[in-house]
Design a protein around this ligand. Structure first.
Ligand SMILES: [Fe+2]
Length: 268
């Protein structure tokens, strides 16, 4: 697996606190089949403002540290950018960076909301050839309420990254159900573990992968697990399968019984 979303960069944000902790995390995830990681430190205006140059310096130090410890493992750099109106300026000023300097930008929505300007930002990014990847959409409350919000974004050219932990209930049952819906409706294109600490229950990686494979089948699993992320690292275009609009089962049942009742009325 190529992990597209991690807070593995030491002494940077609320993730790994030291080089020792980064090493510990990498050893654990490597055992579970993670081959490469993209470090995606938070960029959140007024909270986490470490810029590209500072993060790159730490990344180089980390990769040297891994080699010194006989670990043949490469970490790449990106950001998890909290959506804000001036995202384009931040990119131009090199305050933030795309994933491995590609056309793909990992972007985070607030947990409880989607800003009204989100569509404008997506449009502006696409206009400049940048493809936004929404980080863990299954955790956003608005998308939990209505998964088709993501369907509309995908039709605007956005891609989406799932946290494996969501599939095993790490964030509760509603997030788990939403994760399943998104996966089943072709709305997920990448995986991440959003690792912040060596104290994580790393079994979620294995469990999450098994659930995903069962749900989507071998071919699609490989695409989500490796192929698409490799295309990101290589800055190549990604062909995606059409997303499917979600129809709520409860609502569908109600509609079906409504039409059945109408038919009964006509036949009476
Ligand atoms: Fe994150």
């Amino acid at each position: 697996m190529i992990d597209l979303h991690s807070h593995i960069l030491p002494e940077t944000d609320d993730g790994a606190e030291s080089f020792v902790e980064s090493l510990e995390i990498i050893k654990k995830v490597e055992e579970l089949g993670v081959k490469e990681l993209i470090a995606t430190p938070h960029y959140f205006e007024g909270v986490y403002n470490r810029n590209f140059e500072e993060n790159m310096k730490t990344l180089i130090e980390l990769n040297i540290y891994l080699k010194e410890n006989d670990l043949n493992f490469k970490v790449y750099l990106g950001n998890e950018v909290y959506i804000c109106p001036n995202i384009i300026t931040l990119l131009e000023d090199k305050a933030i960076t795309t994933l491995n300097n590609s056309r793909y930008l990992l972007m985070e929505f607030p947990m409880m909301d989607i800003p009204t300007y989100a569509k404008d930002i997506i449009y502006e990014l696409k206009l400049r050839g940048i493809v936004p990847i929404i980080a863990h959409p299954e955790r956003n409350e608005k998308i939990v309420e209505n998964p088709n919000i993501l369907y509309d974004f995908i039709n605007m050219g956005v891609l989406a990254q799932l946290n494996l932990g969501s599939l095993v209930g790490q964030y509760g049952s509603k997030v788990r159900e939403t994760a399943e819906i998104l996966v089943e409706h072709n709305m997920i294109h990448f995986l991440g573990n959003d690792i912040h600490s060596s104290k994580l229950d790393f079994n979620i990686i294995d469990k999450g992968m098994r659930i995903l494979k069962r749900k989507v089948g071998e071919e699609k699993f490989e695409e989500i697990k490796n192929t698409n992320a490799q295309l990101v690292l290589d800055d190549k275009p990604i062909d995606i399968e059409e997303p499917k609009r979600y129809v709520e089962k409860g609502r569908f049942k109600t509609l079906t019984s409504y039409f059945l009742n109408q038919i009964k009325r006509v036949s009476l």
